[in-house]
Write a protein that binds this ligand. Structure first.
Ligand code: SF4
Length: 358
């Protein structure tokens, strides 16, 4: 009699968009549910061009990249792909319409035969919180046991929390993720003092995708510049950052951009701000404008880097080099200025009480 082999459950996860915020959670959760995960390959020029070819040219770069990752998973033979619709992450705090409508967008542009797992997370809707979202995510696999789902979600939180602790300490995204997947927590102990410190602000899916951000962290390190990100701040610091700029939290993405900017603009240790925004992103253009205006008040230089699929690495590097060079010169001038003030103070005639009453 032929032996019946149990079909393994498998889910494809595109290495784009919410991957950069929540993959540690998905990893812990799906692993605990006994569902194998296949991740798409890292973004390449081909990922971008294939994704771009299926959407209208005005679409923002991260969505084009996301479409490219779906195609990559299909090429790998994965026929069940997780495309969550993350509507809101807090009460009345929404994602942009493209993130919210991601499953519909993918269904309409990728005309291939595959199953989309399209769970919806909407914290603004009563009865549509995390557990409903997770139940929707595993229902297509025939899993309905709530106890099992809750236990698996605890595993998800464990991996995500460990990952955040490490990212917060300054460990790179890749390293933090690799340790978190192994259940380890390793804290960065980079004691090096850098002459220049900058804050790099962008959505996680732009910042940590090496093709989109052109490995900006490696480039800054080579220039002897230390990079800080909003991911290293607590939620309280980000909220304070938003209100310090007189803004209100509306977009979910405000935390990463406006919150980070509000905090780092007030940090005397930070010499300048670099923003990376995707061409075609409406929320980004509003936030970057707001950050640039606030930076003028704080007298902090800002470099705005706008990226699309045509952005060349050479131009990107030149702009970063020119910006950091200006920061070095500004800092040197300020140090020389302080020395001169101190020297002049030493040589000024001292005012005695006697001379004052003369
Ligand atoms: S926030 Fe901007 S970059 Fe992100 S999906 Fe929406 S439009 Fe695209």
């Amino acid at each position: 009699m032929p032996t019946e082999t149990k079909k393994t459950m498998q889910i494809g996860i595109p290495r784009a968009m919410s991957y950069y915020n929540y993959f540690p959670f998905w990893y812990g959760f799906f692993e605990a549910m006994g569902i194998d995960i296949v991740i798409s390959d890292k973004t390449t020029k081909q990922t971008m061009s294939q994704g771009s070819s299926l959407v209208v040219s005005e679409t923002c770069l991260p969505i084009k990249v996301y479409v490219g990752h779906i195609l990559n998973l299909l090429e790998k033979g994965v026929d069940t792909i997780f495309v969550p619709s993350i509507q809101s992450i807090e009460h009345k705090i929404y994602n942009c319409s493209k993130i919210r409508g991601l499953p519909d967008l993918i269904r309409n542009v990728v005309k291939k035969d595959f199953t989309i797992i399209e769970a919806t997370l909407d914290k603004s809707e009563k009865n549509h919180g995390l557990y409903d979202f997770l139940k929707e995510a595993v229902a297509p696999f025939g899993i309905t046991d709530e106890k099992r789902i809750k236990a698996a979600s605890k595993e998800g939180w464990k991996v995500l929390n460990n990952f955040k602790i490490m990212l917060n300490s300054g460990l790179s995204f890749e390293k933090a993720l690799n340790y978190a997947k192994k259940g380890q927590v390793v804290i960065s102990n980079n004691q090096k003092t850098y002459p220049i410190n900058v804050a790099v602000l962008a959505h996680s899916y732009n910042l940590f995708d090496d093709r989109i951000s052109m490995k900006i962290f490696d480039k800054l390190e080579k220039l002897d510049v230390r990079a800080y990100t909003a991911e290293q701040l607590s939620i309280e610091q980000l909220q304070e950052g938003i209100s310090s700029l007189g803004s209100k939290l509306y977009w979910a993405n405000e935390y990463e951009m406006t919150g980070g900017a509000g905090h780092f603009l007030q940090d005397n240790n930070i010499d300048g701000i670099i923003t990376i925004n995707a061409f075609g992103c409406g929320p980004d253009s509003i936030m970057v404008e707001r950050i640039s205006r606030a930076a003028r008040k704080f007298n902090k230089p800002v470099l705005n880097l706008s990226v699309d699929e045509q952005t060349g690495e050479a131009g990107f590097i030149t702009r970063i080099e020119a910006f950091t060079d200006m920061l070095f010169r500004k800092k040197r001038a300020s140090i020389i200025n302080k020395i001169n003030i101190n020297e002049n103070a030493k040589h000024e005639p001292s005012t005695t009480k006697e001379s004052q009453h003369r």
